[in-house]
Structures are given as structure tokens and as C-alpha cells.
Design a protein around this ligand. Structure first.
Ligand SMILES: [Zn+2]
Length: 360
């Protein structure tokens, strides 16, 4: 039988990545993402995309919730096969899936408490116990190692350069090779190695969220310098919304580098995100294969040494010290600092609007 690929998400929208591969009785799910965004999209999470108990395995390209966040629900619905991913992806979903579960449980609790629900009672999509059970099914595979997720199916992960642990997934079955890109990283990003080239494929599935745009050729340093200087001149606070996993670490690295080079003044940097703080600890482990070698070289700081984690600044902190930086992942949706074509004025907020310090 010719292998069949069915798109169960990330088609007509950019979240909810799930692709069902069927080949001679093998049933493998590539990605297990949550639909995110508009209510109509989130409602799709409540319709099972596939009979969970019939799957032998799930292959994950990377940890972001739109690629992994449906795993606890799949397990709740009866999946008990293996979940294959890179070691760093396993570490990251170890903090992200329980967090997603807590959010789901808190939302259900809130709706029941306030009556903001049509359901009696409102239920979480999944619980922390479901997330824990999903994590118990994870099998770590190193980049380049061949593995067999289901009979007649072999697979291999290579580096995609998107976030720590992110992989291009190559699957061979019935004499055909399927390459699934996952989210592809850019070349020359400070905190990631470049994507590995892929030599051949019979079928190629590529994520194309930003496929209709050209990325700017620089990495955002000039934008960051300009935004920080503007905040300092106003004696304000620069609030930078940034995704907790990946973007925050890149931003912290750039801030440390720009401070060391004297291109921005040394400011208090507040990281207001427990999730990002947990991800920092994973990104900072020595000798990770996904990181450029210099990242963990002594003398290079992965984040500013005066970083204050899990805290937000008071407005007076900015006034007193001549400016501070505040990175907040909960405001990240659609306002990510560097992804939006380098438009800092729209995407980074600077306040209060005190008059600039007058020269003495
Ligand atoms: Zn991603």
C-alpha cells in the first residue's frame, strides 16, 4: 500500500500541527499540536482528530505548544504508544505541557466560578495528571540516530535551527522518504546553530508560516539598541513581549552582548515569566548540541548577569535608574519583538512619558 499522509491541523491555519502517516498497518502521528488563537480554532481541540488508541507512535519536531500541546489530550483519549523527540525537546515539554495543563485547569475553574460557560460544569481540555502521563511515554533520540517508531517505519531527526532541540523529521517507509521540516530556523541566529541541510526526499512537507515574507538580513541588534536608547532618554521602562522559549533566550543573549560591547547602558533587566526562567536553565546547560560553541564559552554571558527573574519592575525603577528592560512572555501573542519585521515602535512599549533628562 502506498503510504498515506493526512493533514489534521496546521492546514488553512498555522497552529494545531498534526499529520497522520499510515503505511502497511503502521499509524504514526507527526506532531501533536494544540490549536491556538481565535475561539473557533480553540474549539477544534475538543474534536478528536484521530482514534488515539490506534496510533503506535508520535514524532515531535519541537516543543512549541502548537506542535506538542495536544499530547496530554491524546493520552487522556487513550494513546499509550511512544513519543519520540530530541533530548532538548523532551526537557522543554517537561516544563511546557504541565504549564499548559495548569492553564487549562485554571480556565475551567474560572469559568465555573464566574458562570462564564455553557457547560455544566466546564471541564479542562486536559489535566496536569494527563501531562505527566504523556511525559512518561517520551523516548529521547539524538540527532542523526535512526529509530523505528512503528513496524516498517524508520526515522531520523536532524537539526532545524528553530529553537533548542528543534528537528527536521525524516521518515522512511515502503521505500519512500518523507521529510517534514517542522518550523525551520534562520541562518546566523545568535543562540542557535544553522539548520542542517537535507539531501533528498520523495515527499517534502514544509512549514510556511512566514513563507510569504522575506526576513530582514540582520538579527535585530540595531532595533534593540534604538529601543533601549529611547527608553533611557525618557527614563522609562521598555516592555518587550517575547515568546518564553527561544525568543526570550535570544533577546537576553543580545542584551548581554550589547552591554558588553558598550552599545547599550547597563540596565536592570526583569524577566517576568516563570516559564521563560525555566527554559533559560535548559538553554544554559553546557555542551548542548544545538547551541553554537561560543554560547557556553567562558566570557560569553547567555544572559545579563544582573537579570532579575520572575519579577516585574515598579514604574519608579525606570525613573530612578534611568531606564529598565522588562521582558514579559504573557504579552507575547502577536507582539513578538523581533519577528514582526523589526518595527519596534509598534511592538515594544516604552513608558512612562516623562520628559527627557535635560542636560546639566
Ligand atoms: Zn515553533
Amino acid at each position: 500500500m502506498t503510504p498515506q499522509l493526512t493533514f489534521l491541523g496546521a492546514a488553512g491555519t498555522v497552529t494545531g500541527s498534526k499529520f497522520l502517516l499510515e503505511s502497511n498497518g503502521a499509524r504514526v502521528l507527526l506532531e501533536c499540536g494544540l490549536f491556538q488563537g481565535a475561539k473557533s480554532l480553540q474549539e477544534r481541540n475538543w474534536t478528536p482528530p484521530v482514534q488515539a488508541s490506534t496510533l503506535q507512535a508520535v514524532l515531535l519536531s519541537h516543543a512549541h505548544i502548537d506542535h506538542s500541546g495536544y499530547l496530554p489530550r491524546l493520552v487522556r483519549d487513550g494513546f499509550d504508544g511512544s513519543i519520540f523527540c530530541s533530548p532538548a525537546t523532551a526537557d522543554l515539554i517537561g516544563i511546557m505541557l504541565p504549564d499548559a495543563a495548569r492553564l487549562s485547569e485554571e480556565e475551567a475553574e474560572f469559568r465555573n466560578r464566574t458562570g462564564a460557560t455553557r457547560h455544566q460544569p466546564a471541564l479542562p481540555l486536559f489535566t496536569e495528571a494527563d501531562a505527566t502521563r504523556a511525559l512518561g511515554l517520551v523516548r529521547r533520540v539524538a540527532f542523526g540516530d535512526a529509530f523505528t517508531p512503528a513496524p516498517g517505519v524508520t526515522a531520523r531527526l536532524s537539526m532545524s535551527g528553530h529553537i533548542l532541540g528543534a528537528s527536521v523529521v525524516q521518515v522512511t517507509t515502503a521505500g519512500r522518504r518523507l521529510v517534514y521540516s517542522g518550523d525551520l530556523g534562520r541562518y546566523g541566529v545568535a543562540v542557535m546553530r544553522d539548520p542542517d541541510p537535507v539531501s533528498e526526499a520523495d515527499t517534502l512537507v514544509i512549514e510556511s508560516t512566514y513563507g510569504n515574507r522575506l526576513h530582514p538580513s540582520d538579527d535585530g541588534r540595531p532595533i534593540l539598541v534604538e529601543a533601549v536608547q529611547r527608553a533611557v532618554s525618557r527614563r522609562g521602562i521598555l516592555l518587550v513581549p517575547a515568546f518564553a522559549v527561544g525568543r526570550t533566550q535570544e533577546l537576553l543573549f543580545l542584551i548581554a552582548e550589547l552591554e558588553t560591547a558598550g552599545q547599550i547602558p547597563r540596565l536592570d533587566v526583569y524577566l517576568d515569566s516563570p516559564m521563560a526562567a525555566a527554559a533559560n536553565a535548559i538553554f544554559s546547560r553546557p555542551n548542548l548540541p544545538a547551541m553554537p560553541p561560543f554560547y557556553t564559552t567562558p566570557g560569553y554571558a547567555a544572559s545579563p548577569p544582573h537579570l532579575i527573574q520572575n519579577a516585574a519592575p515598579s514604574v519608579t525603577a525606570g525613573i530612578n535608574r534611568g531606564g529598565s528592560l522588562w521582558i514579559d512572555s504573557r504579552r507575547a501573542i502577536e507582539r513578538d519583538f523581533i519577528t514582526k519585521e523589526h518595527q519596534p515602535c509598534e511592538n515594544a512599549f516604552c513608558w512612562p512619558s516623562l520628559p527627557p533628562r535635560q542636560p546639566a
